[in-house]
Write a protein that binds this ligand. Structure first.
Ligand code: PLP
Length: 282
């Protein structure tokens, strides 16, 4: 099993990071998760561009170009013989004596990446998942894919303790997103999701779903919706890199629609499969 540390590919046990890495001390960095199907990265450019954008939003200019990263990750996937899974990567502001303000210019960023075998969650696709609702207590820059995930992990833990797959977050009355996903509702044949502003991460899956809807005549409306509208939806979807298009069949113990994955969800799942095949082969 190999990993990437800075520009190099090396055995996992040889990768060492200093105790004063700012990622470790402050969560001062950004990350991405890219899906691998058939040994190929799905929506790789979108993910790497978002990594660069997240870095810029926290005042970091990535020390690696998108092309360099893509080449590195492709080599890692190959050397680890990964077929179906993910590549995780994070870049931190580097190693420096602990002090809140940014370290001196020229401090080397730390890049870490590894792969993980991960089958597609087929049972969730067919049967759907249960969810809970919880207040969104995160900060006001959820558009940044930052390493700081306390608000997200506390919400996910609450879902796990309730035997649920995901926590749906709301700021007061308005649904924002999932703890590690975007949330979509379908009402009378139209799809609704929170606008891509500072309150949510603009998911790459969300963007793929938007393109598929546009290409296949499903109205895709970026508009805030309330908890009441969520509970009244015909269909609800959790969308993310690892979850793809996962139907939600229960919210806080109450069924969504008739309690089974709906037909727009089914249609989207097929379209999503088609897009995977188009990019990564069968
Ligand atoms: N929102 C949050 C908070 C996330 O953590 C994620 C992914 O992990 C998403 C949305 C979905 O983003 P993507 O589709 O790019 O995986």
């Amino acid at each position: 099993e190999y990993v990437i540390l800075n520009g190099e590919i090396l055995p996992r046990q040889d990768a060492r990071i200093d105790v004063e890495d700012r990622g470790y001390q402050f969560g001062d960095g950004v990350y991405e998760v890219i899906r691998i199907y058939n040994g190929k990265m799905f929506t790789v450019t979108e993910h790497l561009e978002r990594l660069e954008a997240s870095a810029e939003k926290i005042g970091m200019k990535l020390a690696w170009t998108i092309t360099e990263l893509e080449v590195l990750f492709a080599r890692l996937i190959e050397i680890n013989s990964l077929e179906t899974g993910i590549v995780y990567m994070q870049v931190t502001r580097g190693i420096s004596p602990r002090s809140h303000a940014y370290p001196p210019a020229g401090t080397a960023q730390t890049l870490v990446a590894y792969t993980r075998n991960m089958p597609r969650p087929e049972l969730n696709f067919s049967d759907g998942v249960k969810t809970i609702l919880t207040e969104d207590i995160r900060w006001l820059r959820c558009d940044i894919k930052s390493l700081n995930l306390l608000g997200n992990i506390m919400a996910k833990q609450k879902a796990a303790e309730a035997g649920c797959y995901e926590a749906i977050l709301h700021r007061g009355e308005k649904v924002t997103e999932g703890s590690s996903s975007n949330i979509f509702i379908i009402k009378d044949g139209s799809m609704y999701t929170h606008p891509a502003n500072n309150f949510i991460l603009n998911g790459i899956t969300r963007q793929t779903i938007e393109k598929l809807c546009a290409a296949h005549g499903i109205p895709f409306i970026e508009k805030e919706f309330s908890v009441a509208e969520l509970e009244d939806a015909d269909e609800v979807i959790v969308g993310s890199t690892t979850s793809e298009v996962t139907p939600v069949v229960e919210i806080e113990g109450k069924p969504v629609g008739d309690g089974k994955p709906g037909h727009v969800t089914r249609q989207l799942q097929k379209l999503f499969d088609g897009e995977i095949e188009r990019q990564c082969g069968k």
